[in-house]
Design a protein around this ligand. Structure first.
Ligand code: ATP
Ligand code: MG
Length: 441
């Protein structure tokens, strides 16, 4: 017999039918003659009823001794109930596939979490490999997978080519302080912070390109929104200005929200997310405000900020209070941004860039803009900054041979997942989170 998913059982239409299920024991209780096992698979849970009189003494003793997280195969009849889930299984036969050693029962229990020395959070992170199979993580990982799929479909449906940049690189995109240095055959190399510089090199070849890949940043302070290894959806597009790039950022985020509504409403709701909120993100236009207006808004709220400062998270958070949907911040002062951001021809104090800030206090999810694209401008910006030209020769070459206006953005996939799923912390969204204190398990 072919096995079924538990979700198929709950889907209805199988009343009285005989089915084979495979899964793990989620909960178990009972008496000398009857046992109730809640079985879990990747699609849900179902209560299974096992009677000594039906399955025989040997099977009954075995299942009664089986501990939580043992894997089992069982077959039986689908019976409608009046309980929440609708159906249960009257088991006729059972086989324990992978038993759990009673000397080492499944470690994640309510009481173990309460008693853990380092607190519940550290305990669950230490046992991350086992925590993944709990309901909350399973739902989060499905939401995450759908977001990855939505990134690919957004770009592929619009004639973008997927393109891979190297992960070992020689220089910084986002500033030296968050570079991971790795020994490289007697020399030094770094882990990439962004594919951008290498994507720009392929811009004259592909014109519309994107990637979905990890980026690495040595973020020393531990925050709710920084990982040292995160997943970065980046795009680069030729013959485009800041506004064109922003409309793709807005389009992508709306497409992600829409895809989640279509495919993961159930998971979102069961994580406590209000579907109407996601609907709003899927349908609204995202407003644009200039950096100068943001500074004024902050000052009017009594926040101390000087013109020219970058906006850190504490300020982003205050700004998001006034918006119900994501909003763009554009036209940062040139002094706050690296050389590859194009100077605004209308006022060289500013650069043509943008950040997209997610509401509900989540803050920046996208950073992007128009690139400095002419040879003379890039040389001037590099020299002005006091950056050595040598490591960027290949980057300058892109301008020497037929530069064109172009731009792109990077979206933090884990951050988007945290925001849309309503997670408190970015590490809830990724299977094995990496931060300054943890590379295990
Ligand atoms: P922040 O100021 O919040 O540290 P950033 O300005 O350094 O972000 P960018 O360099 O613009 O970020 O990177 C593009 C996007 O990548 C960000 O908008 C964010 O969504 C994501 N991102 C950046 N750093 C991290 C990180 N350490 N962990 C998770 N996501 C990140
Ligand atoms: Mg940024």
């Amino acid at each position: 017999m072919k096995s079924l998913w538990i979700a198929e059982v709950h889907g209805g239409g199988l009343d009285g039918k005989e089915v084979l299920l495979r899964g793990w024991i989620h909960r178990t209780r009972g008496s000398k003659s009857i046992r109730f096992v809640v079985l879990r698979d990747s699609t849900g849970t179902v209560q299974c009823v096992l009677k000594r009189a039906v399955i025989g003494d040997d099977n009954f003793e075995e299942i009664s001794a089986a501990l939580i997280e043992s894997s089992v195969e069982l077959s039986g009849q689908v019976i409608p109930t009046d309980r929440e889930h609708g159906y249960e299984i009257m088991v006729k036969d059972v086989k324990i596939v992978g038993p759990v050693n009673p000397q080492r029962p499944f470690p994640i229990t309510e009481s173990a979490m309460k008693q853990a020395d380092g607190g519940e959070t550290e305990f669950l992170l230490d046992n991350r490999h086992l925590y993944l199979r709990t309901g909350r993580m399973t739902k989060m990982l499905k939401i995450r997978s759908t977001i990855f799929g939505a990134v690919h479909s957004y770009f592929r449906d619009r004639d973008f080519t997927e393109y891979q940049a190297p992960n070992f690189v020689a220089g910084a995109v986002e500033g030296g302080s968050t570079l991971f240095e790795v020994p490289y055959f007697g020399k030094k190399a770094y882990l990439t912070q962004s594919w951008q510089l290498y994507a720009e090199a392929a811009m004259p070849a592909l014109e519309r390109l994107y990637t979905l890949a990890p980026s690495f940043r040595a973020e020393k302070s531990r925050t709710r929104r920084h990982l040292t290894e995160f997943w970065h959806a980046e795009m680069e597009i030729a013959w485009a200005d800041n506004e064109d790039v922003m409309s793709h950022g807005e389009g992508l985020v709306r497409h992600i929200a829409r895809t989640l509504l279509e495919q993961r409403s159930e998971e979102l709701e069961s994580l406590g997310r209000d579907i109407n909120t996601i609907q709003k993100y899927a349908e609204s236009h995202y407003p644009r405000i200039r950096y100068d207006d943001a500074v004024e808004m902050l000052q009017s709220k009594g926040v101390e900020i000087e013109w020219g400062q970058d906006l850190d998270f504490s300020k982003e958070k205050i700004l998001t209070e006034d918006f119900e949907v994501p909003h763009f911040l554009t036209h940062y002062p040139k002094v706050a941004k690296p050389f590859y951001h194009r100077q605004d021809p209308e006022d060289p104090k500013y650069v043509l860039c943008h950040d997209l800030l997610a509401p509900e206090g989540y803050g920046e999810i996208i950073g992007g803009g128009e690139r400095t694209w002419s040879e003379s401008e890039i040389l001037q910006r590099i020299d002005e900054e006091g950056t050595p030209r040598e490591p960027y020769e290949f980057y300058i070459d892109i301008r020497r041979y037929g530069g064109v206006p172009h731009g792109g953005f990077g979206l933090g996939v884990d951050r988007v997942c945290a925001w849309l799923a309503g997670a408190d912390h970015i590490r809830e969204t990724i299977p094995f989170p990496r931060d300054s204190r943890r590379v295990t398990p």
